[in-house]
Design a protein around this ligand. Structure first.
Ligand code: PLP
Length: 261
């Protein structure tokens, strides 16, 4: 069975992070390998703590599975520390990891920091140029480019600026007003994918599902643009099947139809 590796943080609330990634990979029919980079304590209301996993332990998790059978693709999510970011740079090069998609997780939507502030420059300058694709939302695109990214036009400029650093870029439009527009920039230039906006409060984990679905589709052999279309459709279904489990906003459900009691 072909596999996809997710290197990401654990979300105790089960909606985002490595939990969302594993569900997404399995839903797409591949085997999910996982390496935990950070442990968060969170519920539907917010994140109360985020701890880095020591880099030696992250390294062992990644090396162990990759030595056994090379994954078709790799999704990198929450990294928390500068050392973890540097470790990714080393592992991508030394292990020759393919189809690496970076979701540049910086903050939870409830506002808590998931990346140490001093790690941002290293992520942009050293890790970004070595991945195949990067999938920031608007606030993440803004942090990475140092410019406000609020409109479709800003998103297009940000996607171009990120592509200039190396990877194919998708600036996801979940935070845009009006229609949901994802703007990409790849070797063939920029392109926008537009769709109607789903009105839902079950959004926690949507960025994780999108980036993992993109990596998995690349690993299945789709070209970048077709993989983006596939990832959009999987994310849309996960939003449509989302549900609430606690007092705060609900979670996406990448596993398909929900059976509500
Ligand atoms: N927790 C973890 C471990 C994550 O990786 C992420 C996002 O990638 C989040 C929380 C935040 O998810 P959201 O922005 O959907 O609240």
């Amino acid at each position: 069975m072909n596999s996809v590796l997710t290197i990401a943080g654990s979300d105790s609330s089960g909606g985002a992070g490595i939990q969302a990634d594993i569900k997404t990979i399995h839903r797409m029919g591949l085997h999910a390998l996982s390496a935990v980079t950070a442990v968060t304590a969170q519920n539907s209301i917010g994140v109360t703590a985020a701890y880095s996993v020591p880099t030696g332990i992250i390294r062992e998790q990644v090396e162990g599975v990759v030595k056994d059978a090379s994954p078709r693709a790799v999704k990198i999510g929450m990294l928390k520390s500068t050392d973890s970011v540097r470790l990714m740079v080393e592992l991508i090069q030394r292990l020759g990891l393919k189809n690496v998609v970076l979701d540049p997780v910086i903050k939870a939507s409830t506002g808590e920091l998931l990346l140490d502030p001093q790690a941002l420059d290293v992520l942009r300058d050293e890790l970004l140029p070595r991945v195949h694709a990067v999938t920031p939302n608007l606030p993440e695109a803004s942090a990475l480019t140092g410019r406000p990214v609020r409109s479709g036009r800003d998103a297009e400029e940000a996607a171009r600026a990120l592509k200039a650093l190396g990877p194919d870029a998708v600036v996801t439009g979940g935070h845009l007003e009006g229609r949901c527009v994802d703007v990409i920039c790849d070797g063939d230039g920029t392109h926008s994918y537009s769709g109607s906006r789903l009105i839902t409060a079950f959004t926690h984990g949507s960025g994780c599902v999108f980036s993992t679905a993109l990596a998995t589709a690349l690993g299945m052999g789709f070209g970048f643009r077709r993989a983006v279309i596939r990832a959009r459709s999987i994310t849309r279904k996960a939003l449509m099947n989302g549900y609430q489990w606690g007092a705060g906003p609900g979670v996406v459900n990448p596993l398909g139809t929900r059976s509500q009691p």
